[in-house]
Design a protein around this ligand. Structure first.
Ligand SMILES: [Cu+2]
Length: 150
């Protein structure tokens, strides 16, 4: 009974907890490795602070999310049609489609097919209004409020 793999299977609850802590452990590990100067280790992915779905009813859901500076929002096209996440005044043809805080960079996902995801990390606090290019006419818009970090 000294087979370590067998012993591992006997404790499913321990394994479940370990899986939850796995992401944290991975990030810590990545940080530790990079501090040793291993240049080939890729940067750890930033945690996603908020998720937004792009729907068949031409909405961003939830329509408004709030994050802190340095945090990332992830959009997922859960519909069967093409959408975009666009916060670029140069792409807008209607008033109110885009609003950017002063000094914030414009961004645009480009065409997102069904099941596609897009992430953006917000470095400037303020309120962002973005829209979907194919559905600008029906005001498919969303808001991201970025609060100053603590
Ligand atoms: Cu759309």
């Amino acid at each position: 009974m000294s087979n370590p793999e067998y012993a591992y299977r006997l404790r499913p609850s321990t394994r479940f907890v370990a899986a939850g802590a796995g992401v944290v452990a991975l990030l810590l590990l990545a940080g530790a490795v990079s501090m040793t100067g291993a240049a080939s280790v890729p940067e750890a992915p930033r945690a996603v602070a908020a998720e937004v779905e792009m729907t068949n009813t031409l909405t961003f859901t939830p329509g408004s999310v709030t994050v802190e500076v340095g945090e990332t929002v992830r959009w997922t096209n859960t519909s069967v049609i093409v959408h975009t996440v666009t916060a670029d005044p140069a792409e807008a043809t209607m008033e109110g489609s885009v609003q950017l805080p002063e000094g914030a960079e414009a961004f645009d996902s480009g065409t997102m097919d069904p099941e596609a995801t897009f992430e953006h990390t917000f470095e400037t606090p303020g309120t962002y209004t973005y829209f979907c290019i194919p559905h600008e006419g029906v005001k498919m818009r969303g808001t991201v409020v970025v609060e100053p970090g603590t």
